[in-house]
Structures are given as C-alpha cells and as structure tokens.
Ligand binder design. Structure first.
Ligand code: UDP
Length: 444
C-alpha cells in the first residue's frame, strides 16, 4: 500500500540562474519551503553559493533542512574569464553566449547528482532561463516549477497585448491602452518588454561586473539614525541596471536640488570611471556630504528600506526592488530602464498609487545605454522626489497608501494568510503527485 510521503521525504530541488537578482528570491524561497518541513536542495556553483552562505547557514543552524550542492562551473571551457560565475560578473556583452553555454554545461553534472540524491527529488523549481531543467525534470519524471521572477501584472499585460490581441494594432508611436485590464493602463511601444522569453534572451544583455560590498553597516545605521523618520531618499538601480554618466549627472543633481537627505548607490567596476570622474570634478560628493551618503558597490538594500528614516525609494522598478519597496511600506520614485520595468512602473503609479515617475520614456536595453542619451532631466527627478516626500499634499496620500500596502504584504506571509497558504498548497500538490507516482509504480 502506498502512503502519503512525510514532509521531510519531499525533496525540492531549487536551481537558480547564476545572476544575483535571480539567486536572491530563490534562496528566499528555499528558506520558505524548508520552514514548512520539507527538504530543500539548492543547486548552484561554489562562488555563487558563497554569496548567500551566511544566510543559509543561519537557516540550517535554526533546524531547517537546506542542502547546498555545489556544481563545478566550466566557464573557462566555455571561453569565460577565470572566476566569472555570475551574470553580474560577465565582463561585456560579447561574453553572453559563453555564459549561457557554461550554464548549459551544468546539466550533466546536475543529473548525475540527482540520480543518487536522497531523498529522491520530488520536483525541480528552476529559473525560466535555465531551460535544460525542463528536460531534466522529464527524465526524472518529476514536475518542474518555473521561477519567472517577474510580476503577475506584467504577465497579464503581456498576455492581453500579445496573445489575445492582434499585435499589429499596437501603434508605432504614441500611447495606447492595454486591453481588458480593470485599470486604465497606457503605454507606448517603446516601453514594452520583448514578447517572449526567447526574444527576451536575445535582448537580455549583460552588465559589466559590479560586485562590491558595503561592510560598514554600523556607519550606515548611525547615519540613518541621525535623520528624522521618513526624510531620506534611497536611490538604487538594482544589480544589472546601468545608467550613463549623462543620466547619472541628472540623477545626482536632481537628488541634490530636492533638499532631502539621500543615499545613492553607485556601481563599481568597468565602465564606471566617467561617473567617478564627474563626481570628483564637479565636487558633488564634497558639496553634499552633510546630507548625502554614497555607497559604492553593493548596498544592503533591504536593511536600508526597513529603516524608519527612509521616506522614498528611487528605483529602476526591477521586480525584486519593487516588492522590497512595497513590503517596506515605502513610496517610490520610479525610473524604469529595461525588461518589464515600465509595466511595473504602471502598476506602482496607476494601480497601487504609491509612486511618482521621473518621466522615463523608452526601454534602454542592457549594454545599449549610450545609444539613448538623456531621457530624464534633473528637474524631473527633483519634482518627483518632492511630490513623494511632501508631507502635506499628494505625498501624504501616497505615503499612507504605501504604509497600508506594506502592512498587507507583511500580513500575507503570516501563518494561514495568502502567501503562506500558497506555499502550503504547492507542497501539498507535490506530495499528492509523489503519492500518485508511487501508486502507479506499484501497479507496474
Ligand atoms: N540589491 C542590493 N544591493 C544593491 C543592488 C541590488 O541588495 O546594491 C538587490 C536588491 O535588494 C534586489 C536585487 O538586488 O533584491 C535586484 O533585483 P531587481 O529585480 O530589483 O533588479 P535587477 O538587478 O534584476 O535589475
């Protein structure tokens, strides 16, 4: 007789894309699943595992069953420079093919590991960009759950525009309304993400490596503690987003003219020299040092957003940053750059009503930033910041709504609430699948 498998006998194999903003949410999901009592196996490479060892180790020490399995990344065989194991560290667009070739090379190793794994894999949760995991799941006759990394709102918009409707009706210029949505969402063709994953891969360009680290959290905390609640603007363009020096100047001057204290995250690495040159020649850092904090490299974003001093988040609308901003209950100043970020901006500004845009006009694909020149002026940045930070008029309404949504987001992950329930339902589905599989095998 077949019996329902115990939770610890379920093994969720999590395979993220080797890209920081894809690793972060899947590592979080691994913890969420393990908190429900299932076994989780996180499959990645040594250098990527090192990025979240501390967080995972803490989870393991607290009793969660998470195993990190390290694969050998054969970047060199694929033509990548030594030590380049993460999308964010790929040194230029020309290396994109090699990076994805090296990702493909992980299939064989992974499958060997899965063969001997105990408990047997129950399902694979893998990034949409790690396409071979579909074949692997087929081989092992287990479900593959695709991690897309983007919002349902974006999926719905794409579905209504590209699948239900005749694409030829999308005008080349000017705005049009996305059909069949409960809210009136206007976009231009230039703001739309590519149609399908295949095409998106085509345009999914690689940003020059930016990994640095901000290890002065005590200084940061003191700095944040020194400001009144909800007065600081935090500005960051994610892990991949990249702006030219022309746009950086507008952003910096816009922040300065707003009069609010600010934290500005500046990427390090290749291609950043013109920005650093401008900062020192212009005297921006020196001039704003009383109320501006420049973080070079990697900032502890979630920590910053949760500090009471932060009153606004100037973001490129990457989905992780969007969710982090909403969960922190912080209103947003939106400056979308690429992929589906304009649709995320629409969601924030016109559906959730917790954001003001700086007026970014068209998608700037990664690696093609120089083609676009200046889209946003410093005045537009200042105006948007003032609107959001203003305690009297519109800002007050936006802030109140952002707070409410932040509370809702926190509630959603509590026991028995919607997000928590969805995790439980997913586990139950895999449990039932495994039970049915065993019953079928018993009949053979
Ligand atoms: N992030 C961070 N510090 C940085 C830059 C980014 O912690 O200096 C994190 C941020 O909190 C988010 C992720 O990196 O979790 C960026 O993901 P998002 O989807 O917003 O943007 P992408 O990097 O994919 O453009």
């Amino acid at each position: 007789m077949t019996t329902v498998p115990a939770l610890a006998e379920l093994n969720f194999v999590v395979i993220p894309l080797l890209s920081t903003s894809h690793l972060i949410p899947l590592a979080d999901m691994a913890k969420l699943l393990a908190q429900q009592g299932v076994t989780v196996t996180l499959v990645t490479t040594a250098l990527n595992a090192a990025r979240f060892t501390a967080a995972i180790d803490r989870a393991i020490r607290s009793g969660l069953v998470i195993r990190v399995v390290e694969l050998q990344f054969k970047g060199k065989d694929a033509g990548l420079p030594e030590g380049c194991e993460n999308h964010n560290d790929v040194p230029g667009l020309n290396y994109r093919r090699q990076f994805f070739a090296a990702i493909d090379m992980l299939q064989e190793q992974t499958e060997k590991l899965l063969e001997d794994m105990k408990p047997k894999p129950s399902c694979i949760i893998s990034d949409a960009y790690v396409a071979w995991t579909a074949d692997t799941a087929d081989k092992f006759q287990i479900p593959r759950i695709v991690f897309d990394g983007m919002s349902c709102f974006n999926q719905m918009c794409k579905h209504n525009m590209y699948i239900l409707k005749d694409q030829n009706k999308i005008p080349e210029s000017g705005t049009f309304v996305i059909p069949d949505l409960p809210d009136r969402i206007e976009v231009t063709k230039a703001q739309l993400p590519p149609i399908s994953i295949q095409q998106e891969q085509l345009s999914y360009k690689i940003f020059r490596g930016n990994k640095g680290s901000f290890d002065k959290e005590d200084i940061l905390k003191k700095w944040l503690d020194s400001w009144e609640p909800e007065t600081v603007v935090y500005a960051c363009f994610g892990s991949l987003g990249h702006i030219t020096v022309v746009q950086f100047v507008e952003l910096a001057l816009g922040l300065e003219a707003s009069g609010y204290p600010f934290i500005l995250v500046i990427k390090t690495g290749e291609g950043q020299a013109p920005i650093e040159e401008w900062i020192s020649k212009n005297g921006f850092e020196e001039r704003t040092k009383e109320r501006g904090l420049l973080i070079r490299g990697w900032s502890p974003q979630v920590v910053i957003l949760s500090h009471p001093a932060v009153g606004g988040f100037l973001t490129h609308c990457g989905w992780n940053s969007t969710v982090e901003g909403i969960s922190a209950g912080v209103p947003l100043i939106t400056w979308p750059l690429f992929a589906e970020q304009f649709l995320n901006e629409k969601l924030l500004e016109h559906v959730l009503n917790i954001a003001v845009g700086v007026g970014s006009q068209a998608i700037v694909h990664l690696g093609e930033e120089k083609k676009f020149g200046s889209q946003v002026s410093n005045k537009a940045v200042t105006d948007a910041i003032k609107k959001v930070m203003d305690k009297e008029k519109e800002g007050n309404k936006i802030r109140k709504r952002a707070r409410e949504l932040g509370e809702m987001a926190k509630r959603a992950v509590e026991d028995g609430e919607s997000s928590h329930l969805n995790v439980m339902l997913l586990i139950k589905e895999i449990q039932e699948f495994q039970l049915n599989q065993s019953a079928k095998n018993a009949l053979v």
